[in-house]
Design a protein around this ligand. Structure first.
Ligand SMILES: *Cc1c(COP(=O)(O)O)cnc(C)c1O
Length: 356
């Protein structure tokens, strides 16, 4: 009998599965989630609306009410909004309708591992441009690759996971102007940067923006993300989605969160940003550590102690971080999410002991 695995695409066989180490700890700083749960007000109103809804009926075919709220929230037209079961689903859908054998996807690395994985599974070729020595986007090199290789899709994670750098609007516009393919900006962390590329959508029909409810919106458990793009482009991406991809509960919670954003979520985002700046300053003063300034709710830190050891030593202290030393360029780095003030204090104290 032949080996059934021979039927798996060879590019897929060559991939390592995207996984997360299964460790648990009470101070959880490994996934860039909000350190504060969704508020009582948001939970109560979501449950109230779900209590009054028929559970035997499918959700809306198109979640129009959510699309309209997201459009108003983001400052874009509702026909150009697509909600999904996490932004990862929408990233996959966009790549499904663009990538196949002979198609090229340009990314800047180190970055979110999913882009390379999905593009490879779909049979595309991944072109990679390294960040510069200061872990910022190498815009000249990206531009050069766009002109030379004519990628079908360019994906920019901005602010970038795991390094926290943001591409300026001016730099992005040079890429948009040079690109004959689509340019995708993953804005999973835009709330923490205070900036967005959404205003560029009007002038650039080749731009698509992805956002999520998993980070600043504090709904990671419910899996909601959305895409913003020209209506014609959003319609094509929607063809790769399964019907009813977004369940009624998540849809309702997302609507309530958007409605209550100013009162319930914006103050939390400001608090996290202030904590990020405090954490950065504190870590800078620890001999042996060099944090990298970040526009998101996490940062990478260069360490004279091996990152794997820092990870293990912190885990012994019930603190979970992300060892990113396997990423390109980051052999000497670990990543920490910004936690509550108490969690950040515990992290700082732990790191001082480990480096001391
Ligand atoms: C966390 C994260 C997301 C969120 O994905 P969801 O599927 O919406 O949870 C998207 N992109 C990046 C770069 C992330 O770090």
């Amino acid at each position: 009998m032949s080996n059934p695995l021979e039927k798996i695409k060879s590019a897929v066989r060559g991939l390592r599965a995207y996984t997360l180490s299964p460790e648990r700890a009470s101070v959880k700083l490994n996934q860039n989630e909000s350190p504060w749960d969704a508020s009582e007000a948001i939970k109560r109103e979501t449950l109230r609306r779900m209590g009054g809804r028929a559970w035997n009926r499918y959700p809306d075919f198109v979640p129009a009410a959510l699309h309209e709220k997201l459009a108003a929230f983001a400052g874009w037209k509702s026909e150009g909004v697509l909600a999904g079961n996490g932004s990862n689903e929408l990233i996959q859908a966009l790549l499904m309708v663009t990538v196949g054998e002979g198609r090229r996807v340009l990314i800047s690395e180190p970055t979110f591992a999913l882009y390379r994985q999905v593009a490879t599974v779909l049979g595309g070729e991944v072109l990679s441009v390294p960040l510069d020595a200061g872990l910022q986007f190498d815009v000249a090199a990206l531009l050069d690759s766009i002109r030379t290789n004519d990628p079908d899709v360019t994906i920019i994670c901005s602010p970038n996971n795991p390094t926290g750098c943001r591409m300026s609007d001016g730099a992005l516009e040079t890429l948009l102007a040079a690109a004959r393919g689509l340019v995708v900006v993953d804005e999973a962390y835009f709330e923490f940067s205070g900036e967005t590329v959404v205003p560029l959508l009007e002038r650039h029909p080749n731009l698509a923006v992805f956002r999520t409810f998993s980070k600043a919106m504090a709904l990671a458990a419910l899996r909601v993300g959305y895409l913003l793009a020209a209506p014609e482009l959003a319609r094509e991406v929607g063809k790769a989605l399964l019907p009813y991809n977004l369940n009624a509960f998540s849809q309702t919670a997302a609507e309530v969160s958007v409605e209550m954003y100013d009162g319930e979520l914006a103050p939390v985002v400001r608090h996290i940003v202030a904590e990020r700046e405090r954490l950065f300053e504190e870590l800078r003063r620890v001999p042996g550590l060099a944090p990298v300034a970040s526009r998101a709710n996490f940062m990478v830190v260069r360490s004279t102690v091996e990152p794997k050891r820092v990870f293990d030593e912190l885990l012994r202290r019930d603190i979970l971080i992300r060892d990113v030393s396997g990423y390109p360029m980051l052999a000497d780095y670990f990543r920490v999410s910004v936690g509550t003030p108490r969690e950040n204090d515990l992290l700082i104290a732990g790191l001082k002991e480990i480096l001391g």
